[in-house]
Design a protein around this ligand. Structure first.
Ligand SMILES: *[C@@H]1O[C@H](CO)[C@@H](O)[C@H](O)[C@H]1NC(C)=O
Ligand SMILES: *[C@@H]1O[C@H](CO)[C@@H](O)[C@H](O)[C@H]1NC(C)=O
Ligand SMILES: *[C@@H]1O[C@H](CO)[C@@H](O)[C@H](O)[C@H]1NC(C)=O
Ligand SMILES: *[C@@H]1O[C@H](CO)[C@@H](O)[C@H](O)[C@H]1NC(C)=O
Ligand SMILES: *[C@@H]1O[C@H](CO)[C@@H](O)[C@H](O)[C@H]1NC(C)=O
Ligand SMILES: *[C@@H]1O[C@H](CO)[C@@H](O)[C@H](O)[C@H]1NC(C)=O
Ligand SMILES: *[C@@H]1O[C@H](CO)[C@@H](O)[C@H](O)[C@H]1NC(C)=O
Ligand SMILES: *[C@@H]1O[C@H](CO)[C@@H](O)[C@H](O)[C@H]1NC(C)=O
Ligand SMILES: *[C@@H]1O[C@H](CO)[C@@H](O)[C@H](O)[C@H]1NC(C)=O
Ligand SMILES: *[C@@H]1O[C@H](CO)[C@@H](O)[C@H](O)[C@H]1NC(C)=O
Ligand SMILES: *[C@@H]1O[C@H](CO)[C@@H](O)[C@H](O)[C@H]1NC(C)=O
Ligand SMILES: *[C@@H]1O[C@H](CO)[C@@H](O)[C@H](O)[C@H]1NC(C)=O
Length: 702
């Protein structure tokens, strides 16, 4: 049963909105994007941002909002883009500490309100009030090799642009590595003596301590490129800090191993790890990436995740608690649970943990006591969509920020039995008007060695007595999944509203169906998943369940590994079943895998190195089947993609053109593996849709 603590104003808006509109790329890209909702300590109020875009002025506009957790009412806290982050602070949690992205005194710096000038573009604010009433805070940013905060705006520009390297990892994701690395800075705000001056209630000495100073080898936090303030934590009394760094003694490019270090906030000792390969507390087999270090409410323990495999980024995240006594002891919780959680928080009483994990095409909340044995089955909150973030309120209910294929942001309060919806964007944003659960269904069929799950997304005004061309979308990873979530890059409903029935299958290698299904793709990129997709296509084609899908006029599209798979399909029989194909930042030849940066990735996925295990790389190389390429093909590649370099896209386009296959090449000089700029994304959508619609006959306006 879903409770409803409804917000009268939102209901009024819903009634006024016209029903069932197709969502265009512009609407999808311009619509508000909302952050997670962050509650204050008493759990009565939560803050979130909302950012919209205008294709007329080409500007974003951001507001900070307050969500009343009793009524669902939303009020405006601040309208403007200067506030980049905000946290609740103070003994009573009634004040906020926020980061102002501009700095009156230091070009390229930021300011902490109230009131500290930070001489570099630091972010990721975390803070705790100490017993003496000071605020111990943490922020991350780049440092010079000598530990001084690096401010690009003030840095000297050398006359030459040369870069010289002696070891691997020369570039990563979308940037070339430089001597400046990311670190954690610690600072303290002390109560000002003259408290009558409200703009200077706090004073800051200006001292920022580099908490990674003195660690032997290379250490860096947050872990790049996706690490953020979730990679570190501070005890509630502000005395101790925990942070993640990749194993400082191992080459970053070919291991995923990372450790959690502990360090006093005052910098009085050099940081030391407790779960390193050689550390005495490290559980047997725990050699992989660590994640989500979180101190218990009393600061005596730390909960975290760690994988076993030291070169496998998609291994199972095991749940651990380390007790921080003189001799640290580590225990694993719910060892047998076949899910890989990726978000973690403590209950306020410190007696249980809450984790979120991908589960059957969703991301769901689960809870477990801190003494959960190996066979403990975590309590399942059965969330319908994908949890982006959650916070535990004083009564142990959870404030959840989530999304679904039909709503870009929902806020609700969850208990295992009940969900109290506070906000749904599909009933607030005119762009999303009419989207709802009826736009989506899912199906199972027999795949290569087990049942396989897929999503179906219907277009505007769908009826099952009409037919619609098939859009067959293939996800990247490959250890990833199509989830019931909102995406601004591959938005399933936006594709459907071009006039397609979208089919998005999670073949072998996908996450959220247990570790064995994920692991089975190793050394099998072109076999089991391809076979699963062929069987999925045949299921849609032959099953009486789908009379409305016009497979004869279908198209297939995918990015990254999904682009690899589209290229593999182009060379194989399934390629002849589509009228057009789309590859975004894909793999054209698996022999080119060493042009990337994360060498652990293919050394795991192809089970060895190119020189010792060349067969593994050649076996499922799409370009071996170039002779068969015949289906019209749209190729997109970003020049700043160092994951799969732009030469892969140029390679594919050159081959298609030489073979006389109708094809186009779309390049973005300023985009990496993902197209993020909204103006670029608009072109991406229009050019792809124009190409595929001409072949499929889909009627979407482009
Ligand atoms: C949270 O915000 C509400 C509303 O401003 C306030 O009444 C309450 O005191 C705050 N919680 C705490 C712990 O201060
Ligand atoms: C767009 O943003 C820029 C920079 O903030 C501002 O100078 C300009 O006035 C804005 N334009 C419009 C039309 O709002
Ligand atoms: C914020 O200010 C902008 C520019 O003045 C305005 O267009 C927008 O409607 C305001 N947003 C809110 C939520 O008040
Ligand atoms: C941010 O700082 C600028 C000056 O650098 C100031 O003009 C502006 O009012 C500040 N905004 C907020 C919300 O603190
Ligand atoms: C650290 O190095 C930078 C760049 O060379 C320099 O500007 C800065 O003054 C140095 N800091 C200290 C404390 O020596
Ligand atoms: C209040 O603090 C600000 C910032 O430190 C300072 O500029 C100002 O002079 C102070 N005002 C008074 C009345 O002390
Ligand atoms: C990892 O990197 C080191 C140093 O760069 C290299 O010697 C080693 O062979 C690499 N290991 C693998 C498995 O590639
Ligand atoms: C771990 O042990 C090995 C072998 O004794 C040693 O070479 C290495 O430096 C140690 N690493 C750490 C982090 O202590
Ligand atoms: C959680 O609940 C959902 C809905 O009942 C169910 O489909 C799913 O299998 C459950 N997941 C786990 C790991 O128990
Ligand atoms: C909007 O989305 C929510 C959850 O994501 C869903 O429960 C609700 O039914 C949707 N609203 C409509 C009008 O379909
Ligand atoms: C699974 O896929 C492989 C590789 O495509 C194929 O040889 C095999 O026949 C498939 N097995 C089943 C049961 O479909
Ligand atoms: C290759 O596979 C074997 C057997 O599964 C495994 O023992 C070995 O660790 C793998 N090697 C790599 C580099 O993944």
């Amino acid at each position: 049963m879903l409770g409803l603590r409804s917000c009268a104003s939102a209901a009024a808006v819903l009634a006024a909105l016209p029903h069932v509109l197709a969502i265009t790329p512009e609407q999808m890209l311009a619509a508000p994007r909302r952050s997670e909702a962050i509650p204050n300590r008493s759990g009565t109020l939560a803050a979130f941002t909302s950012t919209s875009y205008s294709f007329d002025t080409h500007n974003t506009s951001t507001s900070w909002n307050l969500l009343d957790l009793n009524t669902g009412d939303i009020s405006l806290l601040y309208n403007g883009s200067e506030i980049s982050e905000m946290i609740w602070i103070g003994p009573t949690d009634t004040s906020v500490l926020y980061v102002n992205g501009t700095n009156r005194e230091v070009d390229g710096g930021v300011e902490l309100y109230m009131v500290a000038s930070i001489p570099a573009p630091l972010s990721g604010l975390k803070a705790a009030v100490t017993q003496s009433g000071a605020i111990n805070f943490l922020m991350n940013g780049q440092r010079y090799p000598n530990g001084t905060a690096y401010n690009e705006a003030l840095a000297e520009t050398p006359a030459s642009t040369a870069r010289l390297y002696d070891s691997i990892y020369v570039r990563h994701w979308d940037r070339w590595l430089t001597p400046e690395t990311f670190t954690l800075f610690a600072g303290t705000l002390t109560p000002a003596s003259d408290s009558s001056n409200s703009s200077s209630a706090w004073s800051f000495s200006g001292e920022l301590r580099d908490l990674l100073a003195g660690i032997e080898g290379q250490a860096e936090t947050p872990v790049q490129p996706f690490g953020d303030s979730g990679d570190y934590d501070i005890t509630p009394d502000g005395s101790t800090v925990a942070f993640l760094t990749k194993a400082p003694e191992l080459p970053y490019a070919n291991y995923t191993a990372s450790y959690i270090f502990l360090v006093p906030h005052d910098g009085s000792a050099v940081a030391a790890p407790f779960n390193c390969h050689n550390c005495s507390a490290t559980p047997e087999n725990a050699r992989g990436a660590s994640a989500a270090p979180r101190f218990s409410p009393d600061g005596s323990s730390i909960a975290y995740f760690q994988m076993d495999g030291e070169t496998y980024e998609s291994d199972k995240n095991k749940i651990y608690i380390a007790r921080l006594d003189d001799s640290i002891t580590v225990t694993e919780l719910a060892d047998d649970w076949d899910r890989s959680p990726d978000q973690l928080r403590w209950a306020p009483d410190g007696q249980s943990l809450f984790v979120a994990a991908k589960d059957v095409g969703r991301e769901r909340l689960f809870s477990l006591p801190i003494d959960a044995g190996a066979d403990y089955v975590p309590t399942n909150y059965s969330d319908p969509g994908v949890i982006a973030a959650f916070h535990i309120l004083p009564d142990s209910s959870a404030l959840v920020s989530s999304s679904s294929i039909y709503s870009s942001r929902d806020f609700y309060i969850a208990t295992p039995e009940d969900k109290t919806w506070l906000f749904t964007s599909n009933s607030t944003d005119p762009e999303l008007s009419g989207l709802g659960p009826e736009d989506v269904s899912d199906f199972w069929y027999q795949g290569n060695f087990t049942t396989v799950h897929g999503w179906i997304v219907y277009p505007e005004s769908f009826t099952d007595t009409s037919t619609y061309p098939l859009a067959f979308l293939i996800h990247g990873g490959p250890q990833s999944a199509w989830l019931n979530s909102w995406s601004t890059r591959w938005n399933l409903r936006t594709w459907a509203d071009q006039g397609y029935v979208v089919v998005a299958i999670n073949p072998t290698g996908s996450t959220s169906y247990g570790q064995a299904f994920t692991d089975a793709i190793q050394n099998n990129w072109g076999s089991y998943p391809y076979d699963d997709l062929v069987k999925g296509w045949e299921h849609i084609n032959s099953s009486e369940e789908f009379p409305y899908v016009d497979t004869a006029n279908g198209i297939a599209a995918g990015a990254s590994y999904g682009g690899y798979m589209v290229n593999w399909i182009q060379g194989h029989d399934l390629g002849r079943e589509f009228q057009a194909l789309v590859t975004h930042d894909g793999v054209t030849s698996t022999l080119n895998q060493y042009t990337t940066e994360e060498l652990w990735f293919m050394q795991h996925d192809f089970n060895g190195t190119l020189w010792d295990n060349r067969d593994n790389y050649e076996r499922y190389d799409p370009i071996r089947y170039a002779r068969n390429f015949a289906t019209p093909h749209f190729v997109v590649h970003g020049s700043k993609d160092y994951r799969l370099p732009v030469s892969e896209g140029v390679f594919l386009f050159n081959v298609l053109q030489e073979l006389g296959v109708d094809s186009r090449f779309l390049n973005f000089p300023d985009e990496g593996h993902w197209v993020l700029n909204r103006e670029n994304s608009r072109v991406w959508h229009h050019e792809i849709f124009r190409f595929i619609n001409a072949y499929s006959g889909a009627s979407g306006s482009t």
